[in-house]
Design a protein around this ligand. Structure first.
Ligand SMILES: Cc1ncc(COP(=O)(O)O)c(C=O)c1O
Length: 502
């Protein structure tokens, strides 16, 4: 990655060279491959595409050999960090190891060679996979019907809130205008509620780290459309009064939305349905071990109780004997995206669920909780836990104990990169000062957890003896400490020719 003006650390000349290589090494006529002369008669391009879609000039791409290109991208790939390379305790993201068998089966020709506009009668195998996944997710969440349509968790949130809105509007037009959201919630919750046209009302957290039930009771009313909640919540704590919380909403005719981002903690142990939730999204790229990608390719399957099925977005698969067909709700909120979802990831999720089985899924959740508590037992002597309780699949501690040394949560996170680990989530949830949010997941060994705890111990020691090394970290990564304020104020979103002229 090329360093920018925003970078204050020392640039790595090797990395810079690899980035500009594609353009600087370009030589007219150099090509990546050569093939025998084509003996198939070529159709003129404008017979295949409308003239307006055709370029008048060829693209100004660098001319390079195949080997140069492979080296360039291999170097870039090595500059990246992934869960295949090491521990990735990014709280709230469930960065568990993604088994390779999921990729192998999703890569079968019978799946990859399909076109989304193919007649449905020719894709019954893929529809069968989707239908089996819908059933599995309905069983896991307790919902009556699941649509695989949304592309991510946040997309599922928007879909779920539009479903809630359609339901209320059909019964009491214009009456319900507010969505309640705890102050610990993930930022996508209020954003989705606002996009669905609701006023967001914040609910405080009590001294135990639960949603404040007393305050909630004061806030609900005939204007309330829904409460959005994740359980365990984003503090990694199980909501101890969850059935009272959901009943409080139902008592005033409102609905309850379950943000399924933290489902990994309760798989096979507890279900949102029994807790009283009406709508659920499940992030397949977290709980069900499919890749996260850079903001995708995710999948945020949306499940609802029976009375909300007519409003579901997009289509879902229905089985009729040996036949599979797509169906949609009679009052559907419509499509949120093209086609049927990220099918390759849906296949991966089903393979994961089938390989694990019901017992395996429960074991994964129990191990995720055990791993988090094991790590918390080490970490609580270094940083103060946000709430003094045992945790679920993740925990939040505060780095403010290092404040008198001038060290912040971001310094700890950056220094962890030098120790070969990905950093925890920082500064979230917002109600915890200098928050470090750690989610080890079930796929990490005791040895890895011990090594991570040792690294944190060493960093706390460095904060006492040589804090500057933390303030300037990371020192061993392809890109050093960035000026995040400049990066946020003046983001460079487009790569232009002046970038590689530099
Ligand atoms: C608690 C919570 N809710 C919602 C989301 C949004 O999910 P996605 O990233 O799939 O859009 C996240 C993502 O990290 C999350 O942690």
């Amino acid at each position: 990655m090329k360093s920018t003006e925003a970078q204050v650390g020392v640039a790595d000349p090797l990395q810079d060279a690899s980035t500009v290589l594609l353009f600087e090494e370009s030589r007219p006529g150099r090509i990546g491959f050569s093939l025998p002369t084509d003996d198939v008669e070529e159709q003129p391009l404008d017979a295949l595409l409308p003239g307006v879609a055709l370029r008048s000039q060829p693209p100004a791409l660098p001319e390079l050999s195949e080997g140069q290109i492979v080296r360039h991208f291999t170097k870039l790939a090595h500059a990246n960090y992934s869960v295949d390379e090491g521990f990735y305790p990014l709280g709230s993201c469930t960065m568990k190891y993604n088994p390779k068998i999921d990729d192998a089966l999703a890569s079968l020709d019978g799946f990859t060679a399909l076109h989304p506009l193919q007649p449905l009668s020719t894709v019954s195998g893929t529809l069968a996979v989707c239908e089996a996944l819908q059933r599995a997710l309905a069983e896991i969440s307790g919902m009556d019907c699941v649509s695989l349509h949304p592309a991510a968790g946040a997309h599922g949130e928007l879909g779920g809130l539009l479903v809630i809105r359609a339901y209320h509007e059909a019964r009491e037009p214009g009456q319900r205008t507010e969505v309640l959201i705890p102050n610990t919630a993930h930022g996508t919750n209020p954003a989705s509620a606002a996009m669905a046209g609701y006023r967001v009302v914040e609910v405080p957290t009590d001294i135990q780290g639960n949603i404040d039930l007393g305050a909630l009771k004061q806030l609900v009313g005939p204007q309330t459309a829904a409460l959005m909640l994740t359980n365990p919540n984003t503090l990694g704590l199980f909501e101890q009064q969850i059935t009272e919380v959901t009943a409080c909403l139902h008592d005033v005719g409102a609905l309850v939305y379950y943000d399924g981002a933290n489902m990994n903690a309760i798989l096979g142990v507890a279900r949102p349905r029994e807790m009283g939730f009406d709508v659920v999204h499940l992030n397949l790229h977290k709980t069900f071990a499919t890749p996260h990608g850079g903001g995708g390719p995710g999948a945020g399957a949306l499940g609802v109780r029976d009375f909300l099925v007519p409003y579901l977005p997009g289509e879902w698969v229905e089985r009729d004997g040996e036949e599979y067909r797509l169906t949609h709700g009679e009052a559907s909120i419509g499509r949120l995206r093209a086609f049927f979802g990220n099918v390759a990831n849906l296949i991966r999720a089903l393979v994961y669920i089938r390989c694990m089985g019901a017992e395996g899924l429960r074991h994964a959740a129990e191990t995720a909780v055990l791993n988090a508590n094991y790590l918390l037992a080490h970490v609580r002597e270094l940083f103060s836990p946000a709430y003094d309780r045992s945790c679920m699949h993740e925990f939040v501690v505060s780095a403010s104990v290092l404040k008198q040394r001038g060290i912040k949560a971001i310094d700890v996170a950056k220094r962890l990169l030098d120790y070969g680990f990905y950093a925890p989530t920082i500064y979230f949830p917002l109600n915890v000062p200098e928050a470090l949010m750690v989610e080890p997941t079930e796929t990490e060994s005791k040895a890895t957890l011990d090594a991570f705890a040792d690294a944190l111990r060493a960093i706390v020691q460095e904060a006492q003896t040589y804090p500057q090394v933390l303030r300037e970290a990371p020192h061993r990564t392809p890109v050093g400490r960035l000026d995040e304020v400049t990066a946020a104020r003046h983001p460079k979103l487009v790569f232009t020719s002046s970038d590689y002229a530099r």
